[in-house]
Design a protein around this ligand. Structure first.
Ligand code: G1P
Length: 272
């Protein structure tokens, strides 16, 4: 059973300055709800019961948001606005936090989750990447993990080759429809990407991953990269990629952020 999830939300949000100086990127509103709320909803819909969010200085809005607000609840009840008070309900899941003192990369953020993860497999959801498939992808990845008992990583074709330098990129062999055995994984290849299959921010990982994250091994951008840990691991064991069929939106890109707002505005049933 995969019931734990880690959500790293400690980055500076440099692509979204100046607003991210005061508003964490994970709190950017998507039709009135913060992006991170959609990520938590996705995790819960896929069966996750315990979440660890890795935060940093300046991210207290995240803790406030998922906390209860009893004064506000009472105020709304006293005013007879119980329908509005219902909007304060948060996802039914246990959330805890750890602070990352320095932005040293995804690998380092994940390392902080080791005591929370223990020996259990877990899902890792990067909150920049929003999927609009009601957790279908994450459920499929968890199912695949149960079969293979090996890391399952979300991947997607990126048509524009020049964009591949923004992603982890894999090379692999398709083994079944939608599943690929990964033979190489490179973080943000500057030139000659190994293919046009990029890593999108969904992973299901066994706890053994921590043995491959080395605090003294800096990778792309001078940071400790999860991708480098995965590359080291696949030299001795199998890793799998699962094709993400859902549309995905990287909310740190303005065009994706606006497109996602449009999606929720225009979808059948309106904003929920
Ligand atoms: C991270 C990962 C990268 C992955 C990307 C997906 O990079 O390191 O491998 O392709 O997320 O969004 P970041 O975007 O945090 O720099």
């Amino acid at each position: 059973m995969v019931v734990k999830a880690v959500i790293p939300a400690a980055g500076y949000g440099t692509r979204n300055l100046p607003v991210s100086k005061a508003v964490p990127k994970e709190m950017f509103p998507i039709c009135g709800k913060p992006a991170l709320h959609y990520i938590v909803d996705e995790a819960v819909a896929a069966g996750i019961r315990e979440i660890l969010i890795v935060v940093s200085r300046g991210k207290n809005a995240i803790l406030d948001y998922f906390d209860r607000a009893p004064e506000l609840e009472q105020h709304l009840q006293a005013q007879g606005k119980s329908d509005v008070a219902e909007q304060l309900a948060m996802p039914d899941v246990h959330i805890q936090y750890v602070r990352q003192p320095e932005a040293l990369g995804l690998g380092m953020a994940l390392k902080l989750a080791q005591p929370f993860v223990g020996q259990d497999p877990f899902a890792l959801l990067l909150p920049d990447d929003l999927l609009t498939d009601n957790a279908v992808t994450l459920k499929r990845m968890i199912r695949a993990f149960k079969v293979y008992r090996r890391p399952v990583i979300g991947i997607k074709t990126v048509e524009d080759e020049t964009l591949l330098r923004n992603y982890g990129v894999i090379r692999g062999t398709p083994i079944t429809t939608g599943m690929t055995r990964i033979e190489e994984i490179v973080e943000k290849p500057v030139d000659k990407p190994p293919s046009n299959m990029a890593v999108i921010g969904r992973y299901v990982l066994p706890a053994e991953i921590f043995a491959f994250i080395h605090k003294d091994k800096r990778g792309a951008g001078g940071e400790i990269q999860l991708t480098d840990a995965l590359q080291e691991w696949l030299e001795t064991a199998e890793l799998y990629g699962m094709n993400i069929k859902s549309p995905s939106y990287d909310i740190s890109k303005m065009e994706d952020y606006l497109a996602l707002q449009n999606y929720y505005l225009n979808r059948e049933g309106g904003i929920r």
